[in-house]
Design a protein around this ligand. Structure first.
Ligand code: AHM
Ligand code: MG
Length: 335
């Protein structure tokens, strides 16, 4: 024996998908095709971001392409990569992207799935090398639909799956198909996502809060007094909360999944519905959070997954994280 430390029986994402498909007797492998297209997009975007950072720093290709155009911005590239990957799935008919004003209908594809995404969330952080991510919600198309906004303007609980990829020190993928959540880490040498957090559960409490406090002036008195209460010794005698805010939802929520805590982007007097998008930021994160044992509500305490957008780019306020922490907010607004 040469090296006994190598695990030769790892669970890759394709293996995970196949095993999952076998467990569902009637599965025809359609959803596997969707996941396959998604994981390709995540790998491609991950590589592109890492390459782009190097290009920015040492300019290996210069900043003009052969036609003299300025190099494309990463959010535009991410958007193109994502849409093309969905096109190649053959069964995703509709795509909503944060970068595209209208719903995209993919000609030639079967009318089976609709996917909504923020291709590069947190892109204002890119130039500083801070983690960004891709967030995705997945719906089955409405019966007999050939592709329309009504395929995605639905309640959050109607999603059949959700996931996000986070491009940090490593690339992580968190996935739910409505039966818990599983986390994967990209092995760059193998080019495969490896199952690293099977059936992940969020800790039910943790004294961490994550919010842009620069907006305090514009918050309602309830939100001001709630956040202030977290910064004081707690009723049970425990210490004040710790603050953590990256400014990339994916990174802030990813930390929340692993350590527990509370993330929020509330509404304020300038933006009554907050900043985050319902369809492709709040919905997928809320589904993942509930599947991990946590909660997600809006400023009024309504369950995020019970909301229904009127327009594909609608925004919502959000409070998401460990049950005890979200409940603390809910109890505060009841008072
Ligand atoms: P983006 O989709 O344009 O990148 O904006 C969304 C991002 C989230 O990732 C993050 O939670 C939020 O904006 C941060 O906003 P702010 O800078 O106002 O705190
Ligand atoms: Mg975003």
């Amino acid at each position: 024996k040469i090296n006994t430390d190598v695990d030769t029986d790892i669970i890759t994402l394709p293996r995970f998908i196949l095993e999952n498909q076998k467990m569902h007797l009637n599965a025809k492998g359609d959803f596997s095709q969707v996941l396959n297209a998604l994981q390709f997009a995540f790998k491609f975007i991950s590589q592109t971001i890492r390459k782009a950072e190097l290009i920015n720093l040492i300019g290996i290709t210069g900043d003009m392409n052969s036609t003299g155009d300025q190099q494309k911005k990463l959010d535009v590239l991410g958007d193109e990569i994502f849409i093309n990957a969905m096109k190649s799935s053959g069964i995703i008919k509709c795509v909503v992207s944060e970068e595209q004003e209208d719903l995209i209908i993919l000609e030639g594809n079967d009318s089976k799935y609709a996917v909504c995404c923020d291709p590069i969330d947190g892109s204002s952080n890119l130039d500083a090398g801070v983690s960004v991510g891709t967030i995705v919600s997945i719906f089955k198309m409405m019966p007999d639909s050939t592709g329309a906004c009504t395929d995605v303007l639905r309640h959050g609980w109607e999603m059949c799956g959700a996931c996000y990829a986070m491009y940090g020190a490593s690339t992580h993928l968190m996935l739910t198909m409505g039966d818990g959540i599983d986390g994967f880490t990209l092995d760059n040498n193998l080019g495969e996502f490896i199952l690293t957090y099977p059936n992940l559960k969020i800790p039910d409490h943790r004294a961490i809060y994550s919010i842009n406090e620069g907006n305090t002036y514009y918050w309602t008195p309830e939100i001001k007094s709630f956040i202030q209460s977290l910064k004081e010794p707690q009723e049970d005698g425990s210490d004040p909360y710790v603050a953590r805010y990256v400014g990339s939802m994916v990174a802030d929520v990813h930390r929340t999944f692993l350590y527990g805590g509370l993330f929020s982007y509330p509404g304020d007097s300038k933006h009554p519905d907050g900043k985050l998008r319902l369809l492709y930021e709040a919905f997928p994160m809320a589904m993942l959070m509930e599947q991990a044992g946590g909660l997600a509500v809006d400023d009024k305490g309504r369950r995020i997954l019970d909301l229904k957008p009127n327009h594909i780019h609608d925004k919502t306020s959000i409070w998401i994280g460990s049950t005890n922490e979200v409940n603390k907010y809910l109890n505060h607004i009841k008072k």
